[in-house]
Structures are given as structure tokens and as C-alpha cells.
Ligand binder design. Structure first.
Ligand SMILES: [Zn+2]
Length: 195
């Protein structure tokens, strides 16, 4: 495995495959990529898609350039710098770290979040949890909305009696009941995956 290019014009650096949606500082160090002026390209996998990630090492920060798409949306370009700092080791030498762009903590590995931003594990977990909470709240709201359309007033723990309200068309009633069953299933799935 050769090192990354050192900036010669017209020279295409060797492509390395990491195939994981994360960037490990040790990987960069092992390949000699943390010296000023080094640059290269790594293949990364985000949402089952391979993307080329270009990097350029400056004096104290490494700049990443890549494009990625979420779902069917057109791909967006990302271009930003992440700090690189060094701490002394007990046995001599120095150890490199990324500075998490979100919380400024030192970290060895940056993970690629859903919004295509590199973050440390702590920031990723926080984001994940708040996303789940949002999803959970929305699922509960959908269940309540269906129940109130059907005329139920109790809490989620009360079993809803399936009686067609007066003046409601049979087809509307059936659609609402099917919708309620589906929303209940979605809510249950979210609750299970949250355990
Ligand atoms: Zn962080």
C-alpha cells in the first residue's frame, strides 16, 4: 500500500478503499497523509453508495471534498475542513486526532451522519437519539389523529372500540380503521427498535 500523493501536478494519487462510512485518523497516519500538502482520494460508502472522497492536508486541518446524494435527490457537494491535532504519547512520539466539527472534542474516528457531515461517535449518538424521538412523537400523533377521526377520546392504553360513528360513510370508516391499524404497527416497530 503506497502513500498518498505529495501534490505533484498531474499526478493522480492512488485510490484506497476503506468501504466504511467512517474515517479513522490512524488510516491517514499510516499512509503518510498527515503531512502538510499531502492529498489523496478514498472510496467511502454512504447509504450503500460508493463515493470518492478527496482530501487535502493543510497546516493544521484536513479538507474533505466529496459529493453524495440522499435517496433520489440530486447529489450535493461538500467541502469542509476538519482540525487535526497532536498529543504527546507516554513512550515518545505524538498521536494524531481529528477535532470533531460539531463539538470540537478530540476523536480518532469520524462517522458520516445522515446529513453527510462528519462527526464523532458522541455527536452521532445524540443525533440518532433525537431523530428517534422525533420519529416516535410523530408516530404517536398519527395514531391519535386516526383515533380522534374515529371518535375515540381515550389514551393510547385504552382499547378503541371499532364502531362506525353516525353520519360516517362505511368506506371512510373502513379506510380510517385500516389507517389506524397501519399506524399502530408503525408505532410498535419504532418502539421495538428503540428498546
Ligand atoms: Zn462531536
Amino acid at each position: 500500500m503506497g502513500g498518498f500523493g505529495s501534490g505533484r501536478r498531474g499526478h493522480l494519487p492512488k485510490k484506497m478503499t476503506s468501504s466504511v462510512p467512517q474515517l479513522n485518523i490512524n488510516f491517514f497516519q499510516k499512509n503518510g497523509a498527515l503531512s502538510e500538502g499531502r492529498h489523496g482520494v478514498i472510496e467511502i460508502e454512504v447509504s450503500d453508495e460508493s463515493n470518492d472522497l478527496y482530501f487535502y492536508m493543510g497546516e493544521t486541518e484536513i479538507t474533505f471534498v466529496y459529493s453524495s446524494s440522499i435517496g433520489n435527490q440530486p447529489s450535493k457537494h461538500y467541502h469542509y475542513a476538519v482540525g487535526v491535532e497532536w498529543t504527546d504519547c507516554n513512550y515518545g512520539g505524538a498521536r494524531p486526532w481529528f477535532t470533531c466539527p460539531s463539538c470540537n472534542r478530540r476523536c480518532g474516528i469520524l462517522y458520516i451522519a445522515n446529513q453527510n457531515i462528519f462527526q464523532c461517535r458522541k455527536c452521532q449518538n445524540l443525533r440518532y437519539r433525537s431523530q428517534m424521538e422525533g420519529e416516535f412523537a410523530r408516530a404517536i400523533n398519527r395514531v391519535y389523529r386516526h383515533r380522534s377521526k374515529l371518535g375515540f377520546k381515550g389514551t393510547l392504553l385504552d382499547r378503541a372500540p371499532l364502531v362506525r360513528p353516525k353520519n360516517m360513510h362505511q368506506s371512510t370508516f373502513v379506510n380510517l380503521v385500516i389507517g389506524l391499524v397501519l399506524e399502530n404497527q408503525r408505532l410498535e416497530l419504532i418502539m421495538r427498535s428503540n428498546r
